[in-house]
Design a protein. Structure first.
Length: 251
């Protein structure tokens, strides 16, 4: 699926410095990005960041939400940013310079996309990275791999704008069955899958969290359409009903 442009949302997860939020908003305005969502910001940070020269329109329409799922629920493509340092990601990191070519191969034109940036102190957590279809790194010096949040947003927005993978038009409101499923739909399928696995005893307490992260990544990698999610959801609903029925009969 080739992409001539995606509708982008910039998502800042747990930002700590209001100056960085303002700098990120200004960078977005510089390169034509408008949709900013901030996840679980510290209250003083959010209040103090509500102004940035040249980016008032970005901050005025920006939203603060409590969790990542709420921030990316409408997206059909989620990209996470990370330096990849001091952690085992168990996934290949895509250099930022290669991201436009990857998008043109893998993303449908006009889709909603979200680009995630973690907090200045810890970056994106492993669970947050599990929502991502791909992980991107900015090619920095190994001696100083981590970038300032505002600068990282600026570099990424510049690269996307330069490569012309940013749509000037809002995405269509109506989702077709053949289109990729968004995160909100996939999370419903994920939750139902988890319930079925819990019923069967597949999820072991010690490995539960790691298994759930791998399961979410698997669902993303399948690139399911809306129709496929609907079919799988119906199958799982029937399995869940049968399992609950069997348990009730035993009682």
């Amino acid at each position: 699926m080739k992409s001539s442009g995606l509708s982008w949302r910039i998502v800042l997860v747990r930002p700590r410095n209001p100056l960085n939020v303002g700098a990120a908003a200004r960078a977005m305005a510089n390169f034509g990005f408008r949709d900013l969502v901030v996840v679980a910001p510290h209250p003083p940070v959010w209040q103090e960041a509500r102004s940035a020269v040249g980016a008032e329109h970005v901050l005025t329409s920006a939203r603060a939400v409590s969790n990542l799922q709420e921030a990316v629920g409408e997206a059909t493509l989620v990209i996470g940013t990370t330096s990849g340092s001091r952690r085992n990601l168990d996934r290949e990191l895509l250099p930022l310079a290669d991201l436009p070519a990857w998008l043109k191969r893998c993303a449908a034109a006009g889709s909603r996309a979200a680009l995630l940036f973690g907090s200045e102190k810890t970056g994106l957590a492993n669970e947050e990275l599990s929502y991502c279809h791909a992980l991107v790194r900015i090619s920095t010096s190994p001696r100083c791999p981590s970038m300032n949040l505002g600068q990282a947003v600026a570099v990424c927005c510049y690269e996307l704008a330069r490569a012309r993978v940013v749509s000037a038009r809002p995405p269509a409101a109506r989702a077709h069955l053949s289109e990729p499923a968004n995160v909100h739909s996939l999370e419903h399928l994920f939750a139902r899958t988890v319930r079925v696995l819990d019923h069967t005893g597949y999820l072991k307490p010690k490995a539960r969290q790691a298994t759930l992260i791998k399961l979410r990544r698997l669902l993303l990698d399948l690139r399911l359409t809306n129709n496929e999610v609907r079919i799988l959801g119906g199958i799982l609903a029937q399995i869940e009903w049968k399992l609950e029925n069997a348990e009730q009969k035993k009682e």
